[in-house]
Structure formats: structure tokens, C-alpha cells
Ligand binder design. Structure first.
Ligand SMILES: [Zn+2]
Length: 232
């Protein structure tokens, strides 16, 4: 089955509604997709209610104290600000998978590599279509996934419905249902298909990244990564 495993909606910072995202996924001939909004499962729940033909994996991109983790297969929200280890345990407690998104890409809110080695993660997102120089980082991410002995997945990290399905993961599933799909990913029955998103969408993302309203959050996260979070 063909899935885009990393898609945002306007429940977080995408410009596109759940409906636009689902329509785009159908046009791209995906079998399913994971809705992974930042710190909310609202988009995933709406997609579960409204998707008819598509297989929706409910999810969230959780902002932990150490960086972002992609949670696949969770319907209960995980709050931001948890320790990374707590978030992974919370994801596993719901029967979900914890995936390291775009782990070697600088400037994004990624987990430190040293922490990736000690967390019980289930997969590595090796290709992210919206990343600048996507292929360069894909090679690094693949080496990391091999080094960690973890399955490889790909997603568009779409923040606009025009990029849904640019990257996808082919999952070899021999049974029906969410547990079977998640189990196949965890077992490494995955192949990735990748295309970099058009530069206009990347520019769009970059402008959002540089938006004055986003700057304080970015600066705060960068500071915390360098010097640690205060404990008060
Ligand atoms: Zn994302």
C-alpha cells in the first residue's frame, strides 16, 4: 500500500484543510496517509471521520523538550514539552510508532543524534520532500537508519496540499487494519519513493520559517537545544 506518512493540515501550520489534503491524496493515487499535525490530533481525527476510500493513520508531530517526534497510530494527543523518552513511551502506550523525522537536517527542531541512539524508536524518516537539498540529507538519513538498524520511511512533510504524496512509503501489508500497517512498518516491510517538492513550496515554507511570528519560537528552541531547558 502506498502511504504519505507525514502530512500537516490547517489544524497546525499548513495552509490546507483536511478536505483539500484528502482530495490531493486521492488525486495522487495514494492508498492512505498519516495526518501528523504539530501537537494536535485534531486534523487526524477529522480525517478519520471524513476519509472514505483512503486509509488514514492518525498521528501527531510532537514537540518534545529535545526535538520533534513523529507519532504514527495515536488518537490521544501527546502534549508538547514532554521529555523525548516520555513521549516515546506515551506513543508506544497507545500502540503507535515513534519515528525520527528528518533527523540530520539542520535548523529544524530535530532530536540530537546522540539521543536517537538511546531512544527506543521504531523507524527513521529518511526522505522529506519539503527539505531543501532533500537528496543530500536523504543519504545522511539512510546511513543513520542503517547504523541504528531501523526501518526507513518517507513522507512529504506537506504544509500545502500541492505537495501531498511527493514522497511516499510502500508498505507490504498482508492483513487489514491499523495494527497490520503499523506492524509492517516496524518489521521494515517498507520501500520508499521520493520526489523533492517544487521549489515554490519550499520557498513558501522558508518564508513561513522566517515569519516574524515564528521567530521567537525558533530562537527559543535553538537556545534550548544548545543550553538545555530550564527546569522551573
Ligand atoms: Zn512535519
Amino acid at each position: 500500500m502506498k502511504f504519505d506518512l507525514h502530512v500537516h493540515t490547517n489544524w497546525s501550520d499548513s495552509r490546507s484543510s483536511v478536505q483539500q489534503v484528502l482530495e490531493a491524496a486521492s488525486r495522487k493515487a495514494l492508498d492512505g496517509l498519516a495526518i501528523t499535525d504539530h501537537n494536535t490530533v485534531g486534523g487526524a481525527q477529522e480525517a478519520l471521520r471524513s476519509a472514505q476510500r483512503l486509509f488514514v493513520i492518525p498521528g501527531e508531530e510532537v514537540e518534545t523538550r529535545q526535538g520533534e517526534i513523529l507519532a504514527l497510530g495515536v488518537e490521544e494527543p501527546l502534549p508538547p514539552g514532554l521529555e523525548a523518552r516520555e513521549a516515546v513511551d506515551g506513543i508506544h502506550g497507545q500502540g503507535g510508532l515513534a519515528v525520527a523525522p528528518h533527523p540530520t537536517v539542520p535548523l529544524l527542531n530535530t532530536l540530537p543524534i546522540s539521543l536517537l541512539r538511546s531512544l527506543p524508536l521504531d523507524a527513521v524518516e529518511v526522505f522529506s520532500s519539503i527539505t531543501p537539498l532533500a537528496w543530500r540529507y536523504a543519504r545522511r538519513n539512510m546511513r543513520l537508519a542503517e547504523d541504528l538498524g531501523l526501518p526507513m520511511v518517507a513522507g512529504s512533510d506537506s504544509h500545502h496540499h500541492g505537495t501531498v504524496g511527493d514522497a511516499y512509503t510502500l508498505i507490504d501489508v498482508d492483513a487489514q487494519g491499523l495494527d497490520a500497517v503499523l506492524g509492517a512498518i516496524k518489521a521494515g516491510k517498507t520501500k520508499i519513493g521520493c520526489a523533492s517538492s517544487k521549489w515554490t513550496y519550499k520557498l513558501h515554507m522558508l518564508l513561513g520559517f522566517l515569519e516574524p511570528s515564528a521567530a521567537p519560537r525558533r530562537a527559543r528552541n535553538a537556545f534550548f537545544r544548545l543550553y538545555g531547558r530550564p527546569t522551573w
